[in-house]
Design a protein around this ligand. Structure first.
Ligand code: GAR
Length: 195
């Protein structure tokens, strides 16, 4: 079976990207990280990817202004040029249009730092602490037009400890993210997930 060609879309430090790259180094892993795309030229993850010998592309959203379709067409062109099969959003902080999302339905994953459907959107760790939940975590799901709402492949949880700060919780959830994202991508690449 040929390995699926994966693009990881980032906006920042790219620690989930790094976890995916590490997993894909295993000979028996069913996907290879063929491309990293950032919408921010200064994303820290770009240097990491280059250091790993992975192709990188910057598609800066700023010159496109409010024209999200044009921005996404530029991303689509890059994905096609690199013959990408699967897209992994990994801290990619742009909202994608329904057209783009539907084009990739079943082939685009996102990782979200909460136990969906709880705490969609931003500031998930602070909101989890404010809500006083006993358990928090991370979710990998298929991307659908509604934000943070698609079919769930995997979740991992952590116990919220008394006295936890946002930073404490973020660090423990991030460790979970790094474990479940490679596992979820493996499931999708092997065709073991049919929504
Ligand atoms: C991760 O915690 C990811 O779950 C979150 O951003 C962080 C990116 O970190 N994503 C979102 O909040 C998406 N709405 P990373 O760049 O180190 O992978």
């Amino acid at each position: 079976m040929s390995r699926k060609r994966v693009a990881v879309l980032i906006s920042g430090r790219g620690s989930n990207m790094t976890a995916l790259i590490a997993a894909a180094k295993r000979a028996d892993y069913p996907a290879e990280i063929a491309l990293v795309v950032s919408n921010r030229p200064d994303a820290g993850g770009l240097a990491t990817a280059q250091h790993e010998g992975i192709a990188t592309e910057v598609v800066d959203h700023k010159p496109f202004g409010k024209d999200r379709a044009a921005f996404e067409n530029a991303i689509q062109a890059v994905l096609e040029r690199h013959r990408i099969d699967i897209v992994c959003l990994a801290g990619f902080m742009r909202i994608l249009t329904g057209d783009f999302v539907n084009r990739w339905y079943g082939r685009m994953l996102n990782i979200h730092p909460a136990l969906l459907p709880a705490f969609k959107g931003l500031d998930t760790h602070r909101r989890a602490l404010d809500a006083g939940v006993a358990e928090h975590g991370a979710t990998v799901h298929l991307v659908v037009p509604d934000m943070d709402s698609g079919p769930i492949l995997l979740q991992g949880s952590v116990i919220v400890r008394p006295g936890d700060t946002e930073t404490d919780l973020a660090a423990r959830v991030l460790a979970v993210e790094h474990r479940i994202y490679p596992e979820a991508l493996k499931m999708l690449a092997e065709g073991r997930f049919a929504p």
